[in-house]
Write a protein that binds this ligand. Sequence first.
Ligand code: BDR
Ligand code: CA
Length: 308
Amino acid sequence: KIPLLIDTDPGVDDALALLMAFNDPRHEVVGLTIAAGNVGLKHTVANALKLCEIAGIDAPVFAGCPGPLLHPAPDAGYVHGEDGFGDVGYDAARRTAEREHAAQAILRLSHEHAGRLLLVALGPLTNVALALKLDPTLPERVARIVVMGGAVTGHGNITPAAEFNVYFDPEAAHIVFEAFPRIDLADWEGTIAHGLLHDRVVEWLAADSPRARFYERISKKTREWSADRRGEYWHSADALAMAYALEPDGAAELVERPVVVELGQGHARGMTVVDWNRQTGLADRFRILMRYDQGRFEGLIRAALAAG
Ligand code: BDR
Ligand code: CA
């Protein structure tokens, strides 16, 4: 099995991505490293532990950095609920997080699975950036990194220019984007192009499984918020990134270009600047997911909810 390490800030769409990973027979989740982002670290850690408990998964959970590397940033509790899981008031998981810090766990697991590790980052890149600062040789041991982040033609979701994960910690994104020789990028605009019909999602959530029942509860608030704002389609950024990670051959269109992150404090802070016309002379190190097989994507979600 391919060892899979997920850095994540659960988060309703993170949770769906995690269920997809838990259900994949070709990958083994070797750890969850937890970032602050959608909500504070206390909640993202508690949510990860609870989701594992519901799904019957004993992958170790490592708490990471409590905030961005340099500049504080607002969270996204207004989308995911104050606790990041729709404020349904679940009982805390029995298990607690490991003592090891997420950044150190990333490095250790990269040694244990050197040359084979699939690293999937679904939140702000703070933990991965810190791991790189501790040990810049990390990319040599990672077989593939998939990042959910950015808005490649500049239609941001948190500001007009920026996508949430990159905006929350642009310096971390910059460090990660510079360090890895190849990055598979699933961005916000790709997410918008792969909407899920609310009615269909409701059908999948009716599956007779603990995973579907729990996910139905924690996703209710954000599905309602999205239906009010964006109409009949729901968008799950981290689920699409996970589909690309688990089944890369489902990608129907990939574009290879250089990408850099804007670090200034102006309107474009956190923007992912894609060199579409190859004017910078930088290498085409990013493989940007433009289109993914929609049937395959939906099949992975449906199966993930029905499992267990
Ligand atoms: C990303 O931001 C978060 O709110 C989601 O979990 C996803 O990772 C989408 O911009
Ligand atoms: Ca996320």
